[in-house]
Design a protein around this ligand. Structure first.
Ligand code: AHR
Length: 308
């Protein structure tokens, strides 16, 4: 009898569905595709009623989507903000409507931090530091000048800002490293390739290192270097962030030199937070995902387990 009562309660709990409105930023990268799939799968597993819309990398569209969710009266709103600024008004509207907001993967700058409830994602500054530490620690010819091309992500987006900051912080004390140019590749393969081709046309063989803020741009850069007639990974060293299967594959064959992980699989943690909020529980203001880095040998092992 006791067991039957318990299962009835469990059933009742399951029947109270929580509705999550998720405003995804875009479809710019392999990371993003894996992130979207993780959210869809976790919502299904956890019985969360997910309303997911994609803003195609347009901030106005993302604001419009969030407004739509407020109008529909969803229980919780989550979104991956395209850029750090410009959210005060719409998040104030969500607050006025009593809808808690979770920041997924990217943080924001707002006047009033009570406009959002929790952030789930990575430490982007630390990712930038990890990339630079590998570079300075692996140095073979002390004193020789090292010329770097930085391929930046979307302008004013939290990962672009953080990754630049962390990288420069470490290089600050190492004077022979010089960032020749920082070019906006918008986190896409196409722009990464285009920017790298432009950098090669301008600086040619002076380039020693490419620091790409994500894998898609790094893959584009690898192709541009190949087409220019230099050897990616040998003539020009390449460091990238995300550690998707494509990047780990390039790393395992020596076309990429170091990979810093940025974990896109945020769905399970997001659904847990959404359900906790619905149940009236307090949730942590920041939930930072744990991440690794990969060298060539480590990549060969990791590829077997990587699904994205
Ligand atoms: O916000 C995370 C970044 O966004 C990923 O590193 C990049 O690939 C994506 O587009």
């Amino acid at each position: 009898l006791q067991q039957r009562d318990l299962s009835t309660n469990h059933q009742e709990e399951k029947d109270v569905k929580v509705t999550l409105g998720f405003a995804q930023v875009g479809k710019e990268s392999g990371f993003r595709a894996a992130n979207t799939s993780s959210i869809i799968a976790a919502a299904k597993d956890e019985g969360v009623n997910l309303k997911l819309k994609n803003a195609n990398n347009d901030q106005e569209k993302q604001v419009e989507i969030i407004r739509g969710f407020i109008k529909q009266g969803v229980d919780v709103i989550a979104f991956s903000p395209k850029v750090e600024h410009g959210w005060d008004e719409v998040l104030q509207e969500a607050k006025n409507a009593g809808i808690p907001v979770i920041l997924s993967d990217r943080e924001i700058e707002v006047r009033d931090s009570s406009l959002w409830t929790s952030f789930i994602g990575s430490d982007f500054v630390e990712e930038g530091r990890r990339a630079a530490r590998w570079l300075v620690n692996g140095r073979k010819t002390p004193g020789k000048e090292v010329n770097i091309i930085e391929l930046e992500g979307t302008s004013n987006a939290a990962p672009s800002i953080g990754r630049k900051e962390g990288f420069e912080e470490v290089l600050h004390d190492h004077h022979s490293y010089r960032i020749l140019d920082s070019l906006i590749g918008d986190f896409t393969y196409r722009k990464g390739k285009e920017m790298m081709a432009a950098a090669l046309a301008r600086y040619g063989r002076d380039i020693d290192v490419v620091y790409a803020h994500n894998d898609d741009m790094a893959i584009g850069a690898i192709e541009a270097i190949d087409e220019y007639g230099l050897r990616p990974g040998k003539d020009i060293k390449i460091i990238s962030i995300d550690a998707t299967k494509k990047a780990l594959t390039a790393l395992s064959i020596g076309k990429l030199n170091f990979s810093v992980e940025c974990n896109p699989l945020l769905g399970p943690q997001l659904m847990k937070s959404v359900k906790d909020l619905k149940a009236g529980k307090e949730i942590p203001m920041k939930i930072i995902t744990s991440e690794k880095t990969f060298t060539k040998e480590e990549a060969k092992q990791e590829i077997l387990m990587r699904h994205y």
